[in-house]
Write a protein that binds this ligand. Structure first.
Ligand code: SF4
Length: 379
């Protein structure tokens, strides 16, 4: 079935786009110099004294959706041979937890496309022993069996991406053959499989799915889960982001409050990206239902950032909006695993974190969108 492309904005020129294909990152180019951390620094912290405790690993850049604010219909992917193995991910995770990482989130592309996902989860659980392992998924491949297998392997948290409850909007947004009903059914299956803290993320784009703000809030009540609305960010493959399409957090909240009075929930985690709210008139069936806004553009949380990212081919990005990234591939693939080579990787990670920028510059005239799209970074 031919998917009609919703007009988000003017398509960028081919040259600009091809220079930004995921492959663009595999072509070796001079890595920027790293700032050496002071010798007494033996854990992950940046030069702004922000401790780095959360690791996000994109285990693949492939996806079975083509969300219009993220990936082009004819997106190209890294060759399978360039994706790190479960053992590589687990080794990096082990070194990272030895340096202070506590939480690990597996992302993509769509991480459930990796048939070795259970092995990745299990090896990270057994070798790195983080406080928790979480997964972000579009929910289209979450069967009863796979959910039970991931849970048994050590997965503790699940976040589903769903930008529309309305099926035609779901289709025009994701350009996939899946359905909103399938994702909602996957959430129910995850609840039956024993996953307690389930969240649902929705990216809101004006003129595309902003009509879904209230239906998604109702879904939070119906499913008794947390729905978090994410402001549209300039991380799309086409570099077509347009501020006019941004629905700011205050507008999302006032739309919800037009129907549901909300009560703010203080966040236990100082580095949390989400501002959360309980429904003031809680229905008896949805005691855990809540809504939240993740507002990187209008309510930046960079000053309390605790995140580090590793890509599927082994590049390290200290910030989601890093223009620079540093590779660990050589140390991982061309040096036998040993305490010495682990120490080299650890020192490189310490220096990369020390080189972390203060934050994104989306609101500055000097803003430069990273070449690597969100689909190859992983949220
Ligand atoms: S933009 Fe960068 S510094 Fe800011 S919160 Fe995101 S990852 Fe952290």
């Amino acid at each position: 079935m031919k998917m009609e492309l919703p007009i988000l904005s003017v398509r960028p020129n081919a040259d600009a786009r091809s220079a930004r294909s995921p492959h663009a990152h595999t072509h070796p180019h001079a890595e920027p110099p790293l700032r050496r951390a002071p010798s007494h620094i033996r854990h992950l912290i940046d030069s702004f004294s922000r401790p780095i405790r959360d690791l996000r690993i994109s285990i693949t850049d492939r996806c079975n959706f083509r969300c219009v604010y993220c990936m082009e219909p004819d997106a190209r992917f890294l060759p399978h041979a360039e994706l790190l193995s479960p053992a590589h991910f687990a080794r990096l995770a082990k070194i990272c937890t030895s340096l202070g990482i506590r939480k690990i989130r597996l992302t993509g592309g769509e991480p459930t496309l990796r048939p070795d996902l259970p092995e990745i989860i299990r090896l990270i659980r057994d070798l790195a022993k983080p406080d928790e392992i979480a997964l972000t998924t579009n929910g289209s491949l979450c069967t009863d069996q796979s959910l039970l297998t991931w849970k048994a392997a050590g997965l503790s948290r699940l976040t589903f991406s769903l930008d529309a409850v309305d099926q035609s909007l779901f289709t025009s947004t994701t350009r996939s053959n899946s359905s909103a009903a399938e994702v909602i059914a996957a959430i129910r299956r995850a609840q039956s499989a024993g996953f307690s803290t389930i969240k649902l993320n929705a990216v809101i784009v004006r003129g595309l799915n902003d009509s879904q703000i209230l239906p998604l809030a109702q879904l939070a009540l119906d499913l008794n889960i947390a729905v978090r609305y994410i402001e549209y960010m300039p991380l799309d493959e086409a570099h077509a982001w347009n501020r006019d399409k941004l629905v700011p957090a205050h507008e999302i909240l006032s739309t919800i409050q037009s129907r549901h009075p909300l009560t703010p929930i203080p966040s236990p985690d100082p580095s949390s990206t989400s501002e959360n709210f309980l429904f003031s008139n809680p229905s008896t069936h949805a005691p855990s239902a809540s809504v939240g806004v993740i507002a990187p553009v209008t309510r930046s949380f960079c000053n309390r950032c605790s995140r580090l990212r590793i890509t599927a081919e082994g590049k390290v990005r200290p910030c989601l909006f890093s223009i620079n990234e540093w590779s660990l591939r050589d140390l991982l693939l061309n040096h036998a695993e040993s305490p010495d080579s682990d120490a080299l990787i650890a020192q490189r990670l310490i220096d990369i974190c020390w080189s972390k920028q203060a934050g994104h510059t989306i609101n500055a005239d000097s803003f430069q969108q990273p070449a690597r799209p969100m689909s190859a970074i992983g949220g």
